[in-house]
Design a protein around this ligand. Structure first.
Ligand SMILES: Cc1cc2nc3c(=O)[nH]c(=O)nc-3n(C[C@H](O)[C@H](O)[C@H](O)COP(=O)(O)O)c2cc1C
Ligand code: SF4
Length: 363
């Protein structure tokens, strides 16, 4: 198994120049009408010049009701699609691929942003939801599934090379997977098969819309790390079922904002406590035949090399590339120092003020 992070590889239909992925990162820079801004084109130009083989967009809502932030992008009309095309264009100049991440935030959406009722699998009080959401009807679920398909088709049309279904971190699909958030008694709740139905139907619908010659991945929690949340053995079985249906890759993350271990873990130190989701990532790598993408607290080239030698296919980085967008090029040029990101999460502060993500740690 190659441990060389700079060796080329494939992900479904994609030929990638190296093993580095920019993990999906909401940047707080989109226009409030959902279209991509010139500031985002610049951000992606910079990231693609920085060396990663594949860039994932921030989470794009599949409809306005699924939106959580005012600057969160949408991809439901031609204007939004054409604005994404500009990003696809600049990224290609650096032999970099672009993956659009698609989400519905469900109970984690904001009714202030969407001006619509909050919806979720079940009408339950949840520590993360602003109000008790309305339970989705089966016909509303089918509409959202179609929205995933339509949005994926627009992503392909805009020039993206792949789409990623966001099934992690406590958003709508993750809510369906979780026995805590999903207390339905119909075909979409109860058994693991039923809780996974939404995700499987989203995958099938997207495949129908984008065809067989297009890469589809998912980002899923190896575990929610919550009592009565999704656990690794179930999450892994769902990934196996999707593999049988033709899924091209799985990014393994973990946690929700209510979990003791969150998706964006703090105080990571290179060589000490990197990769907090290691146990789940290892389980996925051993069991699956499709590429596994490792994410969460990877800070050093040594850790990347070790993961690749253990069978992981791709290394996904988020915060290190906010601070040092050219980190991959620097590592390839011989830099030995690990990422200097301290995982303090202060980059969210300007984004929540509408000014876009920015590293606030001193040089
Ligand atoms: C500012 C910011 C925005 C993020 N936005 C998203 C997102 O849109 N979708 C997603 O799946 N994860 C998102 N994440 C989580 C990252 O993709 C990644 O899973 C997490 O930060 C752990 O990786 P890291 O230790 O390399 O930062 C975000 C993280 C940060 C810091
Ligand atoms: S503010 Fe800078 S150092 Fe802190 S997590 Fe964000 S990118 Fe890393």
């Amino acid at each position: 198994m190659s441990g060389n992070p700079f060796s080329p590889t494939t992900l479904g239909q994609l030929n990638l120049k190296n093993r580095f992925v920019r993990s999906a990162t909401w940047d707080g820079m989109g226009f409030t009408d959902g279209s991509f801004s010139p500031a985002q084109v610049e951000l992606y130009r910079n990231l693609s010049a920085g060396g990663s083989g594949l860039l994932t967009t921030g989470y794009i809502a599949v409809n306005p009701q699924g939106r959580r932030n005012p600057e969160q992008n949408l991809l439901s009309n031609l204007k939004q699609q054409q604005s994404l095309s500009k990003i696809a264009e600049v990224v290609k100049r650096h032999d970099t691929s672009l993956q659009a991440q698609l989400v519905h935030c469900g109970g984690l959406a904001s009714s202030q942003v969407s001006q619509q009722t909050l919806v979720a699998p079940s009408s339950v009080k949840h520590p993360l939801f602003e109000v008790v959401p309305q339970e989705l009807t089966e016909s509303e679920i089918k509409t959202i599934i179609t929205n995933f398909g339509e949005t994926a088709a627009r992503a392909r049309e805009a020039g993206c090379d792949s789409v990623q279904i966001h099934a992690a971190h406590g958003y709508l699909i993750s809510q369906f997977l979780s026995p805590f958030a999903n207390q339905r008694t119909d075909d979409y709740g109860g058994s693991r098969e039923n809780r996974a139905r939404m995700l499987l139907e989203c995958y099938k619908k997207i495949r129908e819309y984008v065809g067989s010659d297009f890469t589809i991945t998912i980002k899923i929690n190896g575990s929610d790390y919550l009592e009565n949340g999704l656990e690794c053995h179930e999450s892994l079985t769902v990934a196996q079922e999707l593999t049988d249906l033709g899924l091209d890759g799985v990014e393994v993350s973990g946690g929700t904002q209510a979990s003791p271990l969150t998706p964006v873990p703090q105080a990571i130190k290179a060589g000490k406590n990197e990769l907090p989701f290691a146990a789940e990532i290892n389980a996925f790598t051993k069991a699956l035949t499709i590429p596994v993408i490792a994410v969460g607290g990877i800070r050093s080239l040594e850790t990347a090399e070790k993961l690749l030698s253990e069978g992981v296919s791709l290394i996904s980085l988020c915060r290190p590339l906010i601070r040092e967008p050219d980190l991959v090029n620097q590592w390839q040029a011989g830099r030995e120092e690990a990422a200097t990101c301290s995982s303090c999460n202060r980059c969210f502060i300007p984004a929540f003020k509408g000014k876009g993500i920015k590293c606030l740690q001193k040089k």
